[in-house]
Design a protein around this ligand. Sequence first.
Ligand code: ATP
Ligand code: LTN
Length: 334
Amino acid sequence: MLNDKKVLFSGMQATGNLTLGNYLGALKNWITLSDEYECFYSVVDMHSITVRQDPATLRKRARALLTLYIAAGLDPKKNCIYYQSHVSGHAELAWILNCFTYMGELSRMTQFKDKSAKHADNINAGLFTYPVLMAADILLYQADVVPVGVDQMQHLELTRDIAMRFNNIYGDVFTIPEPYIGKIGAKIMSLQEPTKKMSKSDENPNASIYLMDSPDVILKKCKRAVTDSIGEIKYNEDQPGVKNLIDIYSSCTGKSVKEIEKEFENEGYGVFKEAVGEAVVSVLEPLQKEAARLEKDKAYLDGIIKENAEKATYFSNKTLRKVKRKIGYPDMIR
Ligand code: ATP
Ligand code: LTN
């Protein structure tokens, strides 16, 4: 790498509108980690087409997501923020790694099972090999660490298996990546069904707080969050709704679970929910303002997109050249 820093890779799909789960479970950690590592943060638009997308919407959402990375506090001069589809190495390495991945392994991926149940009319090969493209993303940059939510752990394990398998045959080609799971916010649950994760593809709009929701909407959604009839603000498995709200509050304010239980010891759910809503607004409002400001600065964003695509291409080519030699592709004649 450029310096002695370890490498970090992560990405998000440009499908749907980002939720508070995406922010607290992923983006927020990215920002914390960005000083310590040489970071690659990709808008993984190639992954998005595993389910049908409207082209204009995909393009718009991809740009909005890239803008949001920056608005959330990732400096695009220090972090390589780019579109996956701008770097052809992802597709090239994915093909190669496909040949080192077993059908049985891919069949066990829970995300594949979930998504193929949800999109029964379009169970395409891309959906099946999705984790191989993800492995390519990570291995292409020789990433040491990959911050993800717990739902992506299985894919990361597979990435490690593929990398080790490849290294066993060809020598030390790939760095074996480690997952990084944030302590708080690793799994934000649905506000309506707190045993299910908050997801941007949830059909019930009240289940998720979207990063672009207005303060009013955020406060309303928190007020309507499903809790229980116990009536105590305590962090435990029997009160999944309350537990989730405590997680959200903790993640937004930096307060510990103990402090929060104490703060609301003698309060009812109404007061607590309002405080949660306000805490979320105080985190999301500045982010929304910054995103709106950046969106208007087309020249600046375009410059970043171009520069970072070149940077990502440069680093990805280093790995690709090595991989191609190792597997026996003929040398290019220049
Ligand atoms: P979908 O549910 O539509 O498949 P998603 O909301 O899971 O999408 P992804 O693009 O798959 O979104 O995830 C982006 C990042 O956000 C990943 O690192 C993922 O682990 C994290 N993430 C997603 N949902 C949550 C959540 N509810 N809590 C914590 N982290 C989450
Ligand atoms: N599969 C991930 C998105 C993703 C990713 C990656 C995350 C694609 N490539 C590489 C980390 C590293 C998801 O659905 N959240």
